[in-house]
Design a protein around this ligand. Structure first.
Ligand code: AMP
Length: 187
């Protein structure tokens, strides 16, 4: 299976991606994790990416694509994967389609959460890039750049809507239902 997990910051993408990857033996590909790894390792790419991440802005496509390609090159050809945090804009989605083929994505799961809940969850999370100012910036970047992907993938018949409100277990179960039945989950 080749799948994408979409949703606003704070929707629980990282947690749900890990659970889903365990359940389906998928490779979890998180561009946020790859970028944080590059920052920690102090690579040139990490140094360049850091400022964008600290401000809650998107890291330039060329850097993210380079990192993802490097990681994809290491995976075996029959290994399924779940992309978490990528694509983040339409041009990344187009680059992905060009790289792995237009019709090789099986599902795009869209974790839905309303604005109040997003803010509450992010403020509670307390990650280094989760100050109020950065959170608001990440939200506006999400609306402008990433949300259009929902329409992009919906037009292609790939979107599975999943309500992100509830416990980790509840959301995990909805997510599993949505990809195994192939239809939209409760929302
Ligand atoms: P995340 O862990 O997915 O919330 O990502 C943390 C930060 O990494 C984001 O706020 C962006 O600055 C950067 N980032 C992660 N994935 C991408 C991507 N696909 N394109 C551009 N920037 C990204």
């Amino acid at each position: 299976m080749q799948a994408v997990l979409l949703g606003p910051p704070g929707a629980g993408k990282g947690t749900q991606a890990e659970r889903l990857c365990q359940a389906h033996s998928l490779l979890h590909l998180s561009t946020g994790d790859l970028l944080r790894g590059a920052v920690t390792a102090g690579t040139d790419l990490g140094v360049e990416a850091k400022g964008f991440m600290d401000r809650g802005e998107l890291v330039p496509d060329s850097l993210v694509l380079a990192l993802l390609e490097e990681r994809l090159a290491k995976k075996t050809s029959d290994e399924g994967f779940l992309l978490d945090g990528f694509p983040r804009n339409v041009s990344q989605a187009e680059a992905l389609a060009a790289k792995i083929g237009d019709d090789t994505i099986d599902h795009v799961v869209y974790l839905k959460l309303d604005d109040d809940q997003i803010l509450q969850r992010l403020l509670k999370r307390g990650r280094k890039d989760d100050t109020e100012e950065v959170i608001l910036n990440r939200l506006s970047v999400y609306r402008a750049e990433t949300e259009p992907l929902v329409a992009y993938y919906r037009e292609r018949g790939l979107i599975r809507d999943v309500d992100a409100l509830g416990t980790v277990e509840e959301v995990h179960k909805r997510l599993l239902d949505s990809i195994t039945t192939g239809g939209a989950a409760s929302c």
